[in-house]
Design a protein around this ligand. Sequence first.
Ligand code: ZN
Length: 84
Amino acid sequence: MPIYDYKCRQCQHEFEKLVRHNETPVCPACQALELERVVSAPGISTQKSRSYTHGIARKAANSVKKEQDHAQREYERNYIKDHS
Ligand SMILES: [Zn+2]
């Protein structure tokens, strides 16, 4: 299940929400339904939050890379096993 960042259009409250299928998120501060999904870092205010988000993105990219390497090794091992 994906976790999305939202920003409330009523009170500007920002929060993360785990959204289940067909579920409509509601602002936890004012219960408004008018939420904006915050997709990525550009436009978000402070330098600190930008570098923080950037660090997370880099960490995620690294772990994807690791998984790909692992899958590749697994594939090669099975291939050798099947063809020897
Ligand atoms: Zn709100």
